[in-house]
Write a new protein. Structure first.
Length: 115
C-alpha cells in the first residue's frame, strides 16, 4: 500500500518542481523588448541609456518578464524611475525606487549625523 502512495506523492512533487510552462521559450523576443524600451526612452527629457536587458523569472511557476535597467534614474514623478518591466504581452510597468529626494523642509539623516 505504501508504494502507490509514495509514487503518487513523488509524481506530484515532480510535476510542481518542473512545470511545463517554465520550459517554454519567451513569447516576446529580445529585439521587440529592446525596441519597446528604446521607444519609451525617446519620450523622456534627457533620456538615459539602457545598461541591461535581462529575462527574469518572477514566479516559481515560470512567468517571465524582460527587465530594462537605466544608466541613471529618471526624475519627474514621486519617486525616481530606475528601469522598466516589460511583460510578455508587451505591457510596460515602471520600476521605481524609494530613494527619492526628500521633500521640502526635510533632510536625509545618515550615520554621520548621529551623535
Amino acid at each position: 500500500m505504501k508504494t502507490p502512495l509514495c509514487l503518487a506523492v513523488a509524481t506530484t512533487l515532480v510535476a510542481f518542481a518542473f512545470p511545463a510552462q517554465a520550459e517554454k521559450a519567451a513569447v516576446l523576443p529580445i529585439e521587440t523588448a529592446l525596441k519597446l524600451a528604446q521607444d519609451y526612452l525617446k519620450g523622456q527629457p534627457n533620456p538615459p541609456t539602457i545598461v541591461a536587458l535581462t529575462l527574469d523569472d518572477v514566479t516559481i511557476r515560470g512567468r517571465k518578464i524582460w527587465y530594462a535597467r537605466w544608466s541613471a534614474p529618471i526624475f519627474g514623478g514621486d519617486k525616481p524611475q530606475i528601469g522598466l518591466q516589460i511583460e510578455m504581452s508587451g505591457e510596460l510597468v515602471k520600476v521605481v525606487t524609494g530613494a527619492g529626494e526628500p521633500g521640502p523642509g526635510r533632510r536625509r539623516y545618515g550615520a554621520r549625523d548621529m551623535r
